[in-house]
Ligand binder design. Structure first.
Ligand code: SF4
Ligand code: SF4
Length: 327
């Protein structure tokens, strides 16, 4: 395929496919050297629980409840069909009335919107974005066999994000993760029922942000997140890989958001200086969880996660501060 993410933003001799054990959550599980080894996000919860309104037990219960579908419907995040359905109806495999990529693309996008995506785009899969391994070190090379990615945006409720940090923002984020599970499960089954292969993914399998950039859904911001023109970075990204031949969307012209060169509001909003204030992007690392070889503003995920631990929940203050986040 023709690579969409410009080669000028990749140092090929430094870049390699990302090993998912290296991100913060992989290091929580496996890296004895990490300062937060085996410290789950609620490990210091007593520090904050019921100390303020935004940190009440009710709010935390709401946040944990919001994760339920994501946590328990594990097939949503595996490239396989659930095999324990208790539905007694035999469901048919269908023959598409047309295999014209234009028709298939229109129908897939309509299905994604029907299931709850707020934006959807299609790209050929740039194999550089497929992880080298999953979080436990297992290769995910089977994902290299897929040609197309349907990339979908799930909105995050804005009002609680504006209260970040605290449990209401964590609940908004959690609910969006569960909606991702619903969305990719439904869309994968739609594709499979038409006789094609489909692999649903949330944050797993492949890097979502460059796939979303390639699919024309937004640009990468200084805060390390996708910035969409409609919802800023108040979004989650999920994707379904498929062998169904689809028409690609045009990528955005510049993968990095040009306003971020001068705007540093997210960096100033971050209480632990995890976001770079340097004017120019760079290929280096701010912490061991960054991939090398990609020009961007590296985010110090170690400091960010340590703040989450102190805070007893995830944080969205850099989303709230961004002028691209709607009011
Ligand atoms: S999530 Fe919070 S701690 Fe992490 S980079 Fe954003 S503002 Fe900083
Ligand atoms: S707050 Fe400013 S610098 Fe940060 S991501 Fe948004 S536009 Fe870019």
């Amino acid at each position: 395929m023709e690579r969409k993410f410009p080669d000028s933003l990749i140092e090929e001799d430094e870049f390699s496919r990302f090993d998912r054990r290296d991100n913060v959550f992989g290091r929580v599980k496996h890296d004895e050297e990490a300062p937060f080894f085996r410290q789950g996000i609620y490990s210091r919860i007593d520090r904050v629980l019921d100390k303020e309104e935004n940190y009440s037990s009710f709010e935390l219960a709401r946040a944990i409840g919001g994760w339920s579908v994501y946590d328990y419907f594990t097939e949503a995040f595996e490239p396989k069909t659930p095999d324990h359905s208790n539905n007694i109806m035999d469901k048919p495999i269908l023959t598409p009335p047309s295999r014209d990529p234009e028709v298939l693309t229109r129908e897939v996008k309509q299905a994604a919107l029907d299931y709850g995506a707020s934006l959807v785009g299609v790209t050929e899969v740039d194999k550089r974005w497929v992880y080298k391994t999953d979080r436990d070190g297992n290769p995910v090379d089977h994902l290299l066999d897929y040609d197309y990615a349907v990339v979908m945006i799930v909105p995050i409720e804005l009002a609680p994000i504006r209260k970040s940090p605290g449990f209401p923002a964590a609940r908004a984020s959690a609910v969006s993760y569960s909606k991702m599970a619903f969305l990719i499960s439904c869309l994968s089954e739609f594709i499979r029922r038409l006789g094609y292969r489909a692999a649903p993914m949330g944050n797993d399998g492949a890097l979502s942000i460059p796939l979303a950039v390639d699919a024309g859904l937004g640009r990468l911001g200084r805060n390390g997140l996708l910035i969409t023109s409609e919802l800023g970075s108040c979004v989650k990204i999920c994707k379904v890989f498929t062998n169904m031949e689809l028409l690609e969307d045009d990528p955005v012209d510049t993968p990095l958001l040009s306003q971020c060169y001068s705007c540093k509001l997210c960096a100033r909003a971050c209480e632990v200086d995890a976001i770079s204030e340097k004017t120019e992007p760079e290929t280096g690392r701010a912490c061991p969880s960054n991939n090398e070889g990609i020009f961007r503003w590296p985010v110090d995920h170690y400091s960010c996660y340590q703040f989450w631990l102190e805070n007893g929940s995830d944080c969205s203050s850099c989303i709230a501060a961004c002028p691209f986040t709607p009011n």
